[in-house]
Design a protein around this ligand. Structure first.
Ligand code: HEM
Length: 207
């Protein structure tokens, strides 16, 4: 490890002063560092293989996991991915990992929302919170480079559909049921559905 640090700290290298020469590795810095890395990886490899054999054995169950390494092995990460762990916002993440941000949990987090489970659209009146990908507590269209391409079209469709339904019809629950008593439980899936389908009676407005 000391050797790796030594190579990392080398400044007596033409490549450090003239980046155009970096690729030629004139002082053998890259070659030397790679040699040291390989030695370290070989040491880790034994540990990883030992844990991999344990995780793949028939007696393994998830509650036996002792470390983050066990979790990575359980989820099928290769040695190469494990060597190339990286940090993203203080989380350790293996190379090429697919990250799912749990927006469902964020939407129900009392640290982010007052009374998160109550249906209270008024909470957005006079709020500076926007839903277009800049305020991370509310991301219906995602955020960043892979955010929804159809956001403008989506917003217009939802707004115009909802406006027509509200403007043209009066809505009520069957048997005069109280809307505040609706069963709002969800059926889990990629897109959440209500556990009990919503039944509504609508009457055209005479305006
Ligand atoms: C209210 C309606 C809509 C909602 C809530 C919505 C939501 C989303 C979300 C959450 C993502 C994933 C973003 C991410 O990974 O960060 C996405 C991706 C995407 N959406 Fe939408 N969407 C809607 C309407 C539309 C429409 C109307 C279109 C097409 C005309 C569309 C096209 C796409 C495409 C192509 C992607 C993939 C973008 C990429 O991966 O680079 N969406 N959408």
């Amino acid at each position: 490890m000391l050797k790796v640090i030594e190579y990392g700290g080398r400044v007596k290298d033409f490549g450090s002063f003239f980046p155009i020469l970096e690729r030629f590795d004139l002082h053998g810095t890259r070659k030397g560092a790679m040699k040291q890395f390989k030695k370290i990886f070989a040491y880790w490899e034994d540990i990883i293989e030992e844990r991999r054999a344990h995780v793949n054995s028939s007696t393994w169950s998830s509650d036996q996991a002792q470390s983050f390494l066990d979790r990575l092995l359980e989820n099928g990460f290769s040695n190469n991915q494990i060597y190339q762990l990286t940090m993203v916002m203080n989380y350790t993440v293996p190379k090429n990992a697919k990250i799912f941000v749990n927006l469902w949990a964020m939407g129900r987090d009392p640290k982010l929302w007052d009374n998160p489970l109550s249906f209270n659209p008024e909470r957005f009146i006079e709020s500076k919170l926007d839903f277009k990908g800049q305020d991370f507590e509310l991301l219906p269209f995602g955020s960043g480079r892979r955010m929804c391409l159809g956001m403008s079209s989506g917003i217009k469709s939802v707004e115009s559909m909802l406006a027509c339904l509200i403007h043209e019809f009066d809505w009520e629950l069957p048997n005069g049921d109280d809307p505040s008593k609706l069963d709002m439980n969800e059926r889990f899936g990629i897109a959440l559905k209500r556990e009990m389908p919503l039944m509504l009676i609508f009457k055209q407005r005479n305006n």
